[in-house]
Ligand binder design. Structure first.
Ligand code: TNX
Length: 510
């Protein structure tokens, strides 16, 4: 069945043909494990009820109804039980794995079954993609809300499907970040890693060290006003994400990249004076004064407040580019970080440099640069998150036409973001938690630039982290991505129109 659907997709590229002409099922991103298309469709209408059954199903049904009401103009009431045109059911005894779902569309209605709320939520995301791209609009559209008959079985390849946003170089507001959470969720991404501190700014309120935000929060690259999240705002963001099955992973980046902290407190500096603020775009990586009498206590205070704001398991301690710190001091400090994180009941994650420290598991290293250190992390019993810069760095230029962006590991076009293997040779798949795209924001100072750098590459990384390895190739993805462009466009995402993709414009589809 899938082969047929893909052949039909290939036919869509012929000039003068509408993208759905021969297509039973609209292209799905990320590709599910099993898609069997059928004949006919079910159409959402004025009498369609969303029926939620099982603990946690109602929250998912409510989010789905809220997502579909603006474009469809339909009431789509949510009721508990099993009677409705769209049934969303959580069955803990279903035998399905975590985050998995089974979706059946028949002529008389839709059923989504999952073991957990996350799986049900992902089934709902697939259902949204089975509708017209216009279902993502925030105003009422004159479209038939037909859902093609189909049977979908699906589960993710990796548990960690991440997006890192650097809010330190340039600040992004809670609303701006929540919008990216919505986009992540639509692509079944589930980890939002916030790079909360760097040389140019400190973005999270720490009540025991208030000048971190009073001073360090007031700067950003190129002299902008910066900004920070109060603890209440941050907690609200964490809850917003959690409702969409996205876990926020906070990063406090030490011992390098510490200038904003040193600019906030004199006692953290060997000179006894506050460091000058740094607002350049270049990476300087000012180190902490590790011999300072206040330094370790300061770091422990920060982590105890950040841990208290973090329901998730992982705390990202940074650890990258510790220039000017000798190996022994680095090792002692990273071991201290691991103890500190463990004392808070959490697990430490750091950039791949931490793979050079004799750590004991559990911990994870985020591979961005040095595969040797990533391998050594695995040899120590740690796990890996794959973010190699040449594939997963969303701050790299897309191609030679770029007007801004980093080039040291680039260009990274959408094919380079897609066509690579996250499990290094000689490493077991079980040792890889998953994949994360990273958007550093030295040159990203607006939502427009954020969209342009993140998308469509993040859609490519989403599929890489979700879909079965043996069913996904660049040509089949490119076929689906063309169509997916129309969805992104209706969502209001100013994505980069990669010249290697024959983008379908929203105005040409129903
Ligand atoms: C390296 S990646 C850094 C960041 C920069 C980035 C720019 C990493 C762990 N450190 O501080 O923003 O390059 O591409």
């Amino acid at each position: 069945m899938r082969a047929l659907a893909l052949l039909a997709l290939a036919a869509c590229n012929e000039p003068g043909k509408g993208p759905r002409d021969d297509l039973e099922v609209p292209p799905l991103v990320p590709l599910p494990v099993v898609v069997e298309d059928g004949v006919g469709s079910y159409t959402l209408g004025g009498d369609t009820v969303l029926a939620a059954s099982g603990e946690g199903a109602e929250e998912v049904a409510t989010l789905l109804a809220e997502a579909l009401r603006p474009a469809t103009g339909l009431p789509l009431p949510v009721e508990s039980g099993d009677a409705g045109g769209v049934v969303l059911r959580i069955e803990p005894g279903s035998g399905l794995p975590a985050e998995a779902y089974v979706l059946d569309v028949e002529a008389d209605g839709v059923t989504i079954v999952a073991k957990d709320a996350a799986g049900l939520f992902y089934g709902a995301q697939t259902l949204r993609q089975l509708l017209s791209p216009w279902s993502y609009a925030d105003t009422e559209q004159d479209v038939a809300w037909a859902i093609p008959v189909v049977h979908v079985e699906d589960a993710p390849r990796f548990a960690w499907r991440g997006f890192m946003l650097d809010v330190a170089r340039h600040f992004f507001t809670v609303d701006e970040v929540e919008r990216q959470v919505d986009l992540m969720a639509a692509h079944k991404l589930n980890r939002l890693h916030l790079h909360l501190t760097d040389d140019q700014g400190w973005r999270i309120e720490i009540t025991s060290w208030p000048d971190l935000t009073a001073i360090g929060g007031a700067t950003e690259v190129d002299g902008g006003a910066g900004g920070f999240y109060t603890q209440a705002e941050y907690a609200a963001l964490v809850a917003y994400a959690a409702a969409r099955h996205v876990t926020v992973v906070p990063e406090i980046d030490f011992p390098g990249h510490a200038n904003a902290a040193l600019a906030s407190y004199a006692e953290l500096n060997e000179s006894g004076e506050r460091a000058d603020a740094y607002t350049g775009p270049g990476v300087i990586s000012t180190p902490l004064w590790l011999d300072g009498p206040a330094t370790y206590g300061f770091v422990a205070d920060v982590w105890s407040e950040v841990a208290a704001l973090t329901p998730g398991e992982w705390l990202h301690v940074g650890g990258d580019e510790a220039v000017g710190i000798d190996d022994e001091a680095y090792e002692d400090f990273v071991l201290f970080l691991q103890e500190t994180v463990a004392a808070e009941g959490k697990t430490m994650l750091g950039w791949d440099e931490i793979g050079g420290v004799p750590l004991e598991p559990p911990f994870a290293a985020q591979h961005w640069y040095d595969e040797r250190r990533a391998r050594s992390a695995v040899e120590l019993g740690g796990q890996l998150i794959a973010s190699p810069a040449e594939h997963a760095y969303l701050d790299m230029v897309h191609d030679s036409r770029a007007e801004f962006g980093q080039t040291w590991a680039g260009p990274v076009n959408v094919e380079a973001a897609y066509a690579w293997e996250p499990v290094p040779s000689g490493v077991d798949e079980d040792d890889v938690l998953g994949v994360e795209g990273a958007l550093w924001t030295e040159y990203v100072d607006s939502v427009e630039r954020l969209d342009l750098m993140a998308w469509p590459r993040l859609a490519a990384l989403a599929e890489l982290s979700w879909s079965p390895d043996d069913q996904t190739t660049w040509p089949t993805f490119e076929d689906r991505l063309e169509w997916h462009g129309a969805r992104l466009e209706v969502m209001g995402v100013g994505y980069y129109r990669s010249p290697e993709v024959h983008w379908v414009r929203a105005e040409s589809v129903e």
